[in-house]
Design a protein around this ligand. Structure first.
Ligand SMILES: Nc1ncnc2c1ncn2[C@@H]1O[C@H](COP(=O)(O)OP(=O)(O)OP(=O)(O)O)[C@@H](O)[C@H]1O
Ligand SMILES: [Mg+2]
Length: 394
């Protein structure tokens, strides 16, 4: 009997121990879950706020046209008509001035905030901060053209008093015209490298935008930036994409391009002549340019970049083969004579091809034969291209 009781007690004691252990475990679990609850509640709050933020209707960007006596303002948004709207109390009234960029509520168009005036990121991106590493020495031939560009662009910026003394207005800008691959962009890069002025570079096609008026706005902002950063040089490459002749019959896309061109003309005219902004344009299609762009007073100087002659070609060969491991028998003058009618870009391609021929034969020295083969290859390809656009199926 006693034995029986002892056994029961020990069983109960064991059970008790187990239960105490269990209670401790559950207590711990409870604490953990409570912590988790707090964390999840925080997360929930954050997500709710995020959701709220995402669900908030977008704000429309507009511009204040007028501030009325009763505190309301007239705004213009991209939707078309002008509206009279009230403003949020959170917007301080001294910021509400005509011309300010503002954020509008989507439904009521109430002014919700004033935005800082901005330049389009495309425009900001156009300013060259790290300069290209092209030197005037990297340009073969073109001595007269280099001189002309420097005279027309650098001197007015660096020594305006010269022009004052003589009593003439310095040129506003130059237009570089010439066949593809003759070094127009190269020359502009060299100017960018040499000049201390801010260099703002733009490709004409970037100014052609999807929405009406956007291209013109870009041009305006581009020149605003140029004036802000004066002395500066604005380089518009492939200007024919906005500067093509204005036609009577035109699609709405063409008309948008024309608007951009007109803004460009207005900016060219608007300059104070001794202003410290100069323009360089480049194109290989001067024939399709609008006369208005070409008349004196816009691009004052039209600099023709010719096909390189014998001496220039030799110089270009020298530049592009400078770092090549040439066989001493390579005669650059002879090569130049053999590549009549090739541009600077062709010659660069010839030098690369010659190197490729050497590599193909496992040599690290480029021979005259390599160059001759390369000339045949590159100039033949050019001719083939000419054929394709010519009377191939005649
Ligand atoms: N006069 C030159 N001296 C040295 N290299 C030249 C010369 N002309 C052209 N090149 C070479 O050809 C390349 C192409 O020239 P570039 O881009 O300036 O041509 P482009 O006249 O602007 O042509 P496009 O009208 O097609 O824009 C240059 O990067 C350069 O390596
Ligand atoms: Mg070019």
């Amino acid at each position: 009997m006693l034995e029986e009781t002892h056994r029961k007690i020990s069983v109960l004691e064991e059970r008790n121990l187990e239960l105490v252990e269990e209670a401790r475990r559950v207590e711990g679990e409870k604490r953990f879950v409570e912590g988790e609850l707090v964390r999840l509640q925080k997360e929930l709050k954050r997500l709710k706020a995020e959701l709220e933020r995402l669900k908030a209707p977008p704000l429309i960007i507009g511009q204040i046209k007028d501030v009325l006596a009763d505190g309301r303002v007239v705004v213009k948004s991209s939707t078309g008509p002008d509206f009279i709207v009230s403003t949020s109390d959170y917007v301080s009234t001294e910021l509400l001035i005509a011309g300010a960029r503002v954020a509008l509520n989507k439904q009521t168009l109430a002014v919700m905030g004033v935005l800082p005036p901005s330049l389009d990121p495309i425009v900001i991106g156009a300013e060259i901060i790290s300069k290209p590493d092209t030197l005037y020495d990297d340009i073969g031939g073109m001595e007269d053209q280099i001189l002309e560009v420097r005279e027309a662009v650098e001197d007015p910026l660096l020594r305006p008093e010269l022009y004052k003394k003589v009593g003439i207005d310095p040129p506003k800008g130059v237009l570089l015209v010439g066949p593809p691959g003759t070094g127009k962009t190269l020359l502009a890069k060299a100017v960018a490298k040499q000049t201390n002025a801010t260099f703002i570079r733009f490709v004409g096609s970037e100014l052609v935008q999807k929405y009406i008026g956007e291209g013109a706005r870009l041009v305006r902002e581009l020149f605003d930036l140029a004036r802000l950063k004066a002395p500066s040089i604005v380089f518009i490459d492939e200007i024919d994409s906005v500067g093509a002749k204005r036609l009577e019959l035109a699609t709405s896309g063409d008309r948008e391009v024309q608007r951009t061109l007109m803004q460009l003309l207005a900016e060219l005219d608007g300059f104070n002549p001794l202003g410290e902004v100069k323009i360089i344009g480049a194109t290989n299609r001067p024939d399709i340019l609008d006369e208005a762009l070409l008349r004196p007073g816009r691009f004052d100087r039209i600099i023709e970049i010719p096909m390189p002659n014998f001496e220039s070609r030799t110089a270009i060969y020298k530049i592009h083969s400078k770092r090549m491991n040439r066989d001493p028998t390579v005669n650059l003058e002879e090569l130049s004579a053999k590549s009549e009618g090739s541009t600077g870009a062709d010659i660069k391609a010839i030098c690369t091809e010659a190197g490729m021929f050497a590599i193909r034969e496992n040599r690290d020295i480029v021979t005259m034969v390599d160059f001759e083969k390369a000339i045949l290859k590159v100039l033949d390809e050019d001719e083939d291209k000419g054929m394709a656009s010519g009377p191939m199926f005649a």
